[in-house]
Design a protein around this ligand. Structure first.
Ligand SMILES: C[S@@+](CC[C@H](N)C(=O)[O-])C[C@H]1O[C@@H](n2cnc3c(N)ncnc32)[C@H](O)[C@@H]1O
Length: 268
């Protein structure tokens, strides 16, 4: 009878472990700390200020989050799968006197809700970055910054790359601005003139055409940085801000001083 109870206990414990393992799988990469000087450059590259909420995904011993809060005035959230590192991070935040603005979650970074982050920092691996990429693009608001230490994002080209000399080696930092979603057809108005803007998009790279005054003008230049857009077609420069259903700004002939209002509404 006793033996049967013991076996049952073992089976239940194993089931519990399996459930825990399913919720908290092993780390995708092992802990290696970013040197402090390199961390400071990452946060500068992302232009972190007191208005930012910085998420460090795979936050190790919490040093990136603590620096973002203590030295840049941001609010910080660290997400780490190793509970001992989460505890070490909380101790570090306590030691630095930043517990009110620094939070550490014991969590798989792939399940973390990222919608409140304005800056995401990562030091993972290229294949892990690729798995994370759709989540970053889906959950972060346009204009949010992503900085990766040493690993890129495949065909999502960085907006900036910076090399930093560390204590033992050179490090590469990558910065991306999350691009607004602008692909599709837009009914557009330049001053009193009505037209149609047809945009194709691959991350921050745009192509397409502007139909105006019965002419179809191919875009010769298109820049999308977060939610800021500048389009050039047939000597006309349209520049403004994108929201999910609209673009608003001004339009002018290239090189001319005078401008007129430019608005667009999404058709689909
Ligand atoms: C290379 S370290 C970087 C630590 C810290 N961000 C830094 O730059 O100093 C990567 C960290 O990610 C954690 N990690 C790996 N996979 C994870 C996952 N799926 N969810 C959360 N943390 C993870 C590891 O435990 C490790 O602490």
């Amino acid at each position: 009878m006793k033996r049967r109870a013991a076996v049952l206990g073992l089976l239940l414990a194993a089931a519990g472990c399996a459930e825990l393992r399913a919720r908290y799988p092993g780390p995708d990469v092992v802990f290696i700390a970013t040197p402090d000087g390199v961390t400071a450059e990452m946060l500068k590259l992302a232009s972190v200020t007191g208005r930012d909420v910085v998420y460090d995904l795979g936050s190790g011993d919490g040093r990136v989050v603590v620096m973002a809060v203590r030295d840049f005035g941001a609010r910080g959230v660290g997400v780490e799968i190793d509970p001992q590192l989460v505890q070490a991070s909380r101790d570090r935040a306590f030691g630095a006197g930043v517990t009110e603005r620094a939070m550490f979650l014991w969590q798989d970074l792939f399940v973390t809700d990222l919608r409140e982050a304005t800056v995401v920092t990562i030091y993972l691996r290229d294949d892990v970055n690729l798995r994370l990429r759709p989540k970053l693009l889906r959950e972060l608001a346009p204009g949010s910054r992503v900085v990766s230490h040493d690993f890129d994002m495949g065909d999502w080209r960085p907006d900036r790359v910076q090399r930093v000399r560390g204590p033992h080696r050179d490090h590469t930092l990558y910065l991306w601005l999350v691009p607004a979603d602008v692909a599709g057809l837009w009914r557009t108005r330049v001053g009193e003139r009505e037209g149609v803007l047809n945009l194709s998009q691959r991350y921050q790279t745009l192509g397409g055409s502007l139909s105006l005054d019965g002419r179809e003008l191919i875009l010769t230049d298109a820049i999308l940085r977060g939610d800021r857009i500048t389009l050039t077609a047939g000597g006309l420069v349209l520049s403004g801000r994108v929201s999910p259903e609209a673009m608003e700004g001004d339009a002018g002939e290239r090189g001319a001083v005078s401008t007129q209002a430019w608005t667009s509404r999404r058709v689909h």
